[in-house]
Design a protein around this ligand. Structure first.
Ligand SMILES: [Zn+2]
Ligand SMILES: [Zn+2]
Length: 199
């Protein structure tokens, strides 16, 4: 009987020790460790206080904050980790999106109208990205099937995203405005845009 009780206590101690060890590990490395470091860095940064004429916290207070954050993470990691992971995934998603949009040509980043030039096959073509008149506007689209570049007529103020023409190309493909442009001739995304005029 005694032996059984001691064994159970041993098991509980091992379980608690493992739980805390995982907590310490998570609070030090990985996304949670980074979140704690970021928070401590934000609090220690004098610029955080400069605008409100506040005095930055002392080194002791900052140490205490880091200690409490790590202690909280060590004890409550099984609850907190989900929030941390969700935030981490969101950050990765934003970063991926930013990198993706920073290369190639996008209608959203091209003003007015002009021409695109393919650096791979030297194909050049006139293209309208966005022009607005008094009661209508013209927005550039590209068929994702055949690569045809076209412009569709949108309504007036507040109705710029309602198009008079169909978003269906005669090839059966779909016109898209929110995709990276590709060369209608060779499908390369290695394009340059030169604007000719803007309204
Ligand atoms: Zn098409
Ligand atoms: Zn090309």
């Amino acid at each position: 009987m005694d032996e059984f009780v001691f064994e159970s206590i041993d098991l509980i101690q091992i379980a608690i020790a493992s739980y805390l060890a995982i907590g310490v590990l998570l609070a030090t490395v990985g996304p949670a460790g980074k979140a704690i470091s970021d928070e401590v860095r934000r609090v220690s940064n004098p610029l955080t206080y400069a605008f409100n004429n506040q005095t930055p916290p002392s080194a002791t207070k900052i140490f205490l904050l880091r200690f409490l954050l790590m202690l909280g993470m060590t004890l409550l990691w099984s609850i907190l980790i989900w929030g941390v992971l969700k935030e981490h995934r969101l950050q990765l998603e934003i970063e991926k999106n930013r990198i993706e949009k920073s290369s190639g040509l996008w209608f959203q980043h091209m003003g007015g109208c002009g021409s695109i030039h393919c650096r791979d096959c030297q194909h050049t073509e006139k293209v309208t990205s966005f022009i607005h008149g008094i009661d209508s506007s013209y927005s550039g689209f590209q068929c994702q099937g055949c690569g045809l570049l076209t412009s569709l007529t949108g309504g007036g103020p507040g109705r710029a995203n309602q198009y008079k023409e169909s978003l269906e190309c005669s090839c059966g493909g779909h016109y898209e405005r929110e995709k990276r442009l590709f060369c209608p001739n060779c499908k390369s995304e290695n394009l340059a845009y030169s604007m000719e005029f803007i309204t």
